[in-house]
Design a protein around this ligand. Structure first.
Ligand code: AG3
Length: 290
């Protein structure tokens, strides 16, 4: 029998391949091509425009790090805005917190939600939580009209090209700042610092947040199916510091069983390799333009 393989180019000269059992879904939405594959190593995989977004096997790393890091820093999160995240993985982690009262989920592409509900039901299990309101619209536009509305904003976007491009701009980060309460936190997926073209995006996005938020730090995780496997998250905050205001006991009291996140890892994740520190400090005015 002929072998089937999926490939994603991680750089012009590097390709990431894994063997698949079959294609479960393929369709063109208004915004992008949506694929679901069943793979041998990673289980079911959501691919948007040829880029791996989520796999059943390693999604826990990304979603736990996106959600539990800010939730262990801010002492009283009640209202949350989630941008992107149509696969439902971020919602699933957020909905584990009974104290959260309301979650607005803003996804530009309703087809992604429908496809994930059908093919990734374990991940997409919290869309029907009564605290969740789903808005099918552009996150960039949605956030323009919010003022002091959220304790936490999570940006769970695609890469900074195609539909996700606007979610890395200075304008967007500025609007998020206004949408947050006086002690609000914004966490975004911040790409990989490793390959050259991705590293430029990391630096640009970080420079854009630096001009807006009082506190901005990056933290990292190892996500095997993303380019280079080395992934960054941005922690931008008006008041709380990701380490000084981190309380391990707050997390432990909640008795959430996690497969990746734990208090030691929280502290360690903010220690960045020297080449990444240098990348972030490189001065290049052009690079901070949107
Ligand atoms: N969003 C970030 C995925 C970026 C992966 N990039 C790539 N494969 N080129 C993931 C959404 C998970 N909820």
């Amino acid at each position: 029998m002929k072998e089937l393989w999926f490939s994603e180019y991680h750089s012009p000269n590097v390709r990431f391949d894994f063997r698949i059992k079959r294609e479960l879904y393929s369709g063109e939405s208004e915004y992008q091509h949506i694929h679901i594959f069943d793979s041998y190593e990673f289980g079911r995989v959501l691919v948007l425009d040829g880029c791996v977004m989520v796999t059943e096997r390693d999604e826990f790393i990304y979603h736990e790090m996106l959600v539990h890091v800010p939730m262990s820093v801010h002492p009283d999160v009640k209202r949350v805005l989630v941008i992107g995240a149509g696969d439902g993985g971020t919602l699933k982690q957020l909905c584990r917190y009974p104290d959260i009262e309301a979650i607005d989920l803003v996804e530009i592409d309703g087809d992604v939600i429908d496809v994930c509900r059908e093919f990734l039901p374990h991940l997409a299990s919290s869309f029907d939580d009564p605290r969740v309101a789903i808005h099918i619209t552009d996150g960039l536009r949605f956030v323009r009209h919010c003022q002091d509305a959220y304790d936490l904003i999570l940006v769970d976007s695609t890469d900074p090209f195609g539909p996700g491009e606007g979610l890395f701009t200075r304008e967007f980060f500025g609007n998020c700042y206004h949408a947050l309460e006086a002690d609000g936190i914004l966490v975004n997926q911040h790409e990989s610092p490793y390959y050259r073209s991705d590293a430029r995006e990391v630096r640009k996005a970080h420079a854009n947040t630096r001009e807006i938020f009082e506190i901005q730090r990056l933290y990292q995780a190892h996500i095997p199916t993303y380019p280079s496997g080395h992934w960054l998250f941005g922690f931008m905050s008006k008041h709380y510091h990701p380490l000084d205001d981190f309380e391990a006991q707050r997390f432990l009291n909640r008795e959430l069983v996690c497969d990746y996140y734990n208090p030691e890892l929280h502290r360690g994740a903010f220690a960045l390799p020297s080449y990444v520190q240098r990348l972030l400090n490189e001065d290049d005015d052009d690079e901070s333009e949107v």
